[in-house]
Design a protein around this ligand. Sequence first.
Ligand code: ADP
Length: 394
Amino acid sequence: MSDKSVLVVNSGSSSIKYQLVEPETGRCIAKGLVEAIGEAGGHAKHTFGEEVKELDRVIDDHTVGMEIMEQLFAEVGPDLASCHIVAVGHRIVQGGKYFAGPALIDDDVHQKIVDLCPLGPLHNPAHLKGIDAARKIFPDLPHVAVFDTAFFQGLPEEAARYALNREVADKYEIRRYGAHGTSHQFVSGEVAAILGRDDLKQIVLHLGNGASASAVVAGKAVDTSMGLTPLEGLVMGGRTGDIDPAAVFHLAREAKMSIDEIDDLFNKQSGMKGLTGDNDMRRVWERIASGDENAQAAMDIYVHRLVKYVGAYHAVMGGLDVITFTAGIGENDAALRARLIDRLGFLGVELDEEANARRSDEARTISKEGSRVRVMVVPTNEEMAIARQAMTLV
Ligand code: ADP
């Protein structure tokens, strides 16, 4: 079997995604998903090479979910005992002010992740369930927390601090923490490695169901679009992205909506879903093709927001060398990429239409030779990045 491997766990409120990764090569040895935990009908799927096994059963909690994962490894393979697992890497969304890099989960780190739950209410409690369950199943392995916010811990104060009353902001720790940092760090690092330059001014556009932009200078993040929570910034599958916070006051006063209702509206019922009825970009394009005007308007809003961020980050960095697309939409949606690049002619960006249209899983350049700003597509691999970060601590 492989040399060394890391089990990467991404635990959500009702799901556990896992991957067994060989950090050195980035090879995914096996992966799976346990979902609908705590719901009426649970489901699990495990993939090892050509072998796929699915099962349906009630899954009471994350511990049972983790036991099912272990059972699937035993039944389908690979045999965990022969995989030389050196760590379990846990994806954690909110690392707050504490974590600028990965951390070995001991009692202190565990407590800090607990303390950060108010700042990551949708994510950290779910991650803790995953951590607690995994520690029960793998008590002898080191568990490492890899934080989505870590790459943005060192943002300059001018980018990280809101112009909110200082006393209140400090007391309640309200600042820009960002998210998707593991992906932005990985992708910007890949770009630097591919181009053999460590002085680049980059914009990374992570466009998946969640979406975020970052400005990276010489490997350091200088700004990012997600804020206190992943709600801020770009238009997303179900999230508004930027919106005047006064909309909250207005809905509370006029529509008598509760804070939880507004939270749900902004985080889950808005974005492309709230504008078109679909959060999947492929469906949105289908709607546009069938003449749906709301879908067309939603696409215009989506692209407009991207244009604003690219322009802003260009200005913030005082220049721009590379724009990189990543994640589900960024990697696959050539039409969306073309639309955005078409609006960036003022930057001297020239798209190579053929390269843009070509489908590939490889990192690639899609701008023309001689384009003043290079445009790339770089597949993100958060699991590999988490595995590699976990390795650094064991
Ligand atoms: P997340 O990890 O945030 O859930 P992903 O990065 O996996 O999301 O991206 C998922 C999204 O990618 C889907 O909701 C869909 O909108 C988009 N997507 C995937 N494939 C395509 C495609 N071929 N064309 C356009 N959009 C796509």
